[in-house]
Design a protein around this ligand. Structure first.
Ligand code: 8DG
Length: 147
């Protein structure tokens, strides 16, 4: 059996716990729906490298994968989605390629956009993984301890 094509995508989270969502501009059947930015891993490419490359191309930023979000989600036939939490190193994300709009979603706003159906479980898991690692107030508590 041919191995699936892996699509890598970023749960890009800022310090306030906002998640970056990107609205696809193409192809027509996906345009207008929201996704996690990313793209296909090329032959011989490490998934984390593909993610860094895609975020550079699509958003014009330098970013660093932090941790794999556990799970793998089926997309169209022969394609699977894998997600990493990602930290922004430099730049401000812009919809340069494949997207016509970006939104930073607070936890409360997570479901305000029309995610691609196949992204819903991935977004849910990414949000849960982030909440488990960084409980609310953790940043402030660490700061108040002078860390
Ligand atoms: N990037 C991304 N693609 C997704 C998500 N959910 C989902 O179904 N897809 C689909 C859309 C596309 O059919 C495929 C990814 O292809 P792409 O067009 O973003 O990747 P790419 O930049 O490597 O594409 P290409 O133009 O080189 O073919 O996976 C998601 O959350 N992020």
């Amino acid at each position: 059996m041919t191995p699936p094509i892996v699509v890598v995508a970023a749960a890009l989270l800022d310090e306030a716990g906002r998640l970056l969502a990107a609205r696809r501009s193409a192809p027509p059947d996906l345009a207008g729906r929201w996704e996690l930015p990313g793209g296909k891993v090329e032959p011989g490419e490490a998934p984390e490298d593909a993610l860094v490359r895609e975020l550079r191309e699509e958003l014009g930023v330098e970013a660093e994968p932090v941790a794999r979000v556990p799970g793998e989600w089926p997309l169209k036939p022969g394609h699977v989605l894998r997600v990493w939490t990602v930290r922004l190193l430099s730049g401000t994300p812009e919809p340069l390629e494949d997207h016509d709009r970006l939104r930073w979603l607070t936890p409360e706003e997570t479901w305000d956009v029309d995610w691609l159906d196949q992204d819903v479980p991935a977004v849910r898991t990414a949000r849960a993984a982030h909440a488990a690692r960084a409980p609310r107030g953790a940043v402030n508590t660490a700061r108040s301890r002078g860390e």
